[in-house]
Design a protein around this ligand. Structure first.
Ligand SMILES: CC(C)(COP(=O)(O)OP(=O)(O)OC[C@H]1O[C@@H](n2cnc3c(N)ncnc32)[C@H](O)[C@@H]1OP(=O)(O)O)[C@@H](O)C(=O)NCCC(=O)NCCS
Length: 243
């Protein structure tokens, strides 16, 4: 069973922040990474829905909420300080590793801001992804199976790129953005912060998607989209303000 992880001592302990469906998929990606090289021991999920505490999802338990995660992080830092005389302000490796597994960019950004300074944000990259050595990454990113990240693609902090999507050359995926399944981001296109690209979207070369803009499933985006809109269709048009 993937949940029965070996070599715990040599593996990094990691917490998955968010016990929704995307959390399950990220757990699967971590299992795939471990099959190639034993890298992470998943401690469990953190979720702010306290009614779910103790629930088990595919062998992994929901341990507690984000306040509990902060307590775990502090206890760990105190433990290290006593035994190893480490200085938490200098040595971030004593913080627990984590990845945010929420697709909604705004929720993702809130969680990241709350937990910054209490976690080491790990990059979770599926072994089947094809990543150019000239692509650059922030922290806490997730790249799912069969993604292509082309030369000079830039995937910023906590951005997620889902299964079978293609991030073209010189594309920028802004901080906290989420790209769902099988979308194509053509060369030199850019996503602002907190953009959400639904399943099966095509973005033409050089097009800019504004911050906090959501592009609906199956859209073909032929013109720039401003900040804070929901847009869909082919050709894609802004339909309404987002929130
Ligand atoms: C962007 C999105 C949320 C817009 O949804 P919405 O604003 O709630 O739109 P509604 O469901 O209220 O639909 C309003 C109308 O627009 C149409 N519509 C909604 N999304 C559409 C789309 N992507 N393309 C074309 N038409 C769309 C609906 O059919 C509906 O038409 P009607 O009024 O004639 O019945 C939705 O298109 C979307 O992409 N959801 C995410 C799906 C996804 O990829 N999930 C990831 C799973 S991994």
């Amino acid at each position: 069973m993937p949940g029965k992880q070996r070599n715990k001592k040599t593996m990094k302990e990691i917490y998955i922040i968010g016990a929704g469906d995307f959390g399950k998929e990220i757990a699967d990606t971590i299992h795939a990474i471990n099959r190639v090289k034993q890298t992470f021991h998943i401690v469990g999920y953190i979720d702010d829905d306290n009614s779910r505490k103790g629930e088990t999802i595919n062998d992994l338990e929901i341990i507690g909420d984000t306040d509990e995660f902060i307590r775990i992080s502090r206890r760990r830092a105190e433990g290290f300080a006593k035994t190893e005389k480490s200085d938490i302000s200098k040595d971030r490796t004593i913080l627990p590793s984590a990845v945010i597994s929420v697709a909604d960019p705004i929720v993702k950004s809130r969680l990241a801001r709350k937990l910054d300074g209490h976690a080491v944000w790990e990059n979770i990259i599926h072994p089947t992804a094809s990543i150019s050595p000239y692509a650059t990454f922030g922290q806490g990113i997730v790249i799912q199976s069969f993604v292509y990240a082309a030369p000079n693609a830039m995937i910023e902090n906590h951005a997620h790129v889902n299964v079978l999507s293609s991030v073209g050359h010189d594309v920028r995926v802004g901080e906290f953005s989420s790209v769902m399944v099988q979308s194509a981001l053509s060369g030199f296109s850019t996503l602002g912060q907190c953009a959400y690209i639904a399943t099966g979207v095509t973005i033409l070369p050089g097009i800019h998607i504004g911050s906090n803009t959501h592009v609906g499933a199956g859209s073909v985006v032929t013109k720039d989209l401003p900040d804070d809109v929901v847009a869909y269709g082919s050709p894609c048009k802004a339909i309404r303000r987002n929130r």
